[in-house]
Ligand binder design. Structure first.
Ligand SMILES: Nc1ncnc2c1ncn2[C@@H]1O[C@H](COP(=O)(O)OP(=O)(O)OP(=O)(O)O)[C@@H](O)[C@H]1O
Length: 333
């Protein structure tokens, strides 16, 4: 992690987040009036070789951050740079395999090189894995071994964990430079998870890959990360090397994170109580529901997109000022 975050080292900065702000759009493509940003003023930089554990309570913004980094939600290009490029605008980042995102939707589909293939059809694991061209055979064999994949598995009959292993294998076939993991080990058995974590650490140590891993499962992670990033309510709370976190606390990593989350929850409760005592609603005023605004011509422009699957698009126009430059403002899911 770059020095601003308390880390060091001379490795190249590969992920830069600069004052990131993000608000999910309503159905009309605008942030609902009065809505607060989901991610607010978040800055972070990661270097080659960093293994960053992204922690935070449910709804803190972890998935949103990973999706933005993975180029799935549009933000201003200078807010997020991955390998010096804008993850959203430079689609070659993901299609080349340099930037890989393995997240929740992988339960249904496997996104590889920009394509999504359904993972529940009657097809063998072998066909899926060997169907990807241009892969180093040694890397492929190693991944099959690490994930203990039986190539004869039929995907439509495989268990969740077996299917997940094939998905993970496919997502790692290309030697990524930056890997974004949004809790993908949930279905894995203890051995598969341990082997995968070991493999991922090796990728960072030996190849200088960078991984950001959002998880609530701390089993086997005690010495895995090089850095811990803690977010709450879309804001960065801490970004520290693991060594510094261990200096701060004698507790295990899980207990340390638990203490942070407990403190956060207690503060939230206190704030809500104070609001009530002051005659204010317990929570901030709820945002007004999504509504269509602007004249019809403007609305027509809003639905333009850059050619991505229309059924999966939502405009993410950030504000009226950018309106006429907005044809590329989409949200990839
Ligand atoms: N498509 C969406 N539209 C509007 N709001 C959303 C959308 N997706 C997520 N949110 C909101 O954004 C906030 C952050 O959600 P996010 O999924 O990023 O949290 P998270 O830290 O990954 O949570 P978890 O640990 O539960 O997976 C939540 O308040 C959530 O309700």
């Amino acid at each position: 992690m770059a020095e601003q975050n308390g880390g060091g080292g001379g490795a190249a900065v590969v992920v830069e987040v600069n004052n990131l702000r993000f608000t999910y759009p309503g159905i009309d493509g605008h942030p609902p009036p009065g809505s607060k940003p989901i991610i607010d003023d978040l800055s972070l930089s990661l270097r080659a070789g960093d293994r960053c554990l992204l922690v935070g309570s449910n709804g803190a913004g972890k998935t949103t951050i990973l999706k933005i980094l993975g180029g799935k939600h549009m933000v201003e290009p200078e807010m997020v740079r991955v390998l010096g490029r804008s993850a959203f605008h430079d689609t070659a980042l993901t299609s080349s395999g340099d930037l890989s995102y393995l997240g929740g939707e992988w339960r249904r589909d496997v996104a590889f090189a920009g394509f999504e293939v359904t993972i529940q059809m009657d097809i063998s694991a072998q066909k899926m894995i060997y169907g990807v061209s241009g892969i180093d055979p040694g890397r492929r064999e190693e991944l099959i071994k690490v994930l203990d994949i039986d190539l004869s598995w039929r995907m439509h009959k495989a268990s969740d964990g077996q299917r997940r292993r094939v998905q993970i294998c496919m997502g790692l076939l290309r030697p990524f430079k930056v890997l974004l993991l949004d809790e993908i080990t949930i279905d894995l058995d203890v051995l598969a998870r341990a082997n995968l974590l070991r493999y991922l650490k090796k990728e960072c140590v030996e190849r200088g890959a960078t991984i950001i891993y959002a998880t609530h499962i701390f089993d086997g992670l005690e010495d895995w990360p090089s850095h811990i990033v803690y977010v709450a309510h879309g804001k960065l709370q801490l970004a520290l090397p693991l060594g510094k976190v261990k200096e701060m606390s004698n507790l295990s990593l899980m207990r340390t994170v638990e203490s942070w989350l407990r403190k956060e929850r207690d503060e939230d409760r206190k704030r809500r109580r104070e609001r009530q005592e002051n005659g204010l609603p317990e929570h901030d005023k709820p945002v007004e529901g999504s509504r269509v605004v602007g004249d019809p011509a403007r609305r027509a422009v809003q639905v333009m997109n850059n050619g991505w699957d229309a059924g999966r698009l939502h405009s993410t126009i950030a504000g009226e000022e950018n309106f006429f430059f907005s044809s590329n403002r989409v949200l990839r899911q």
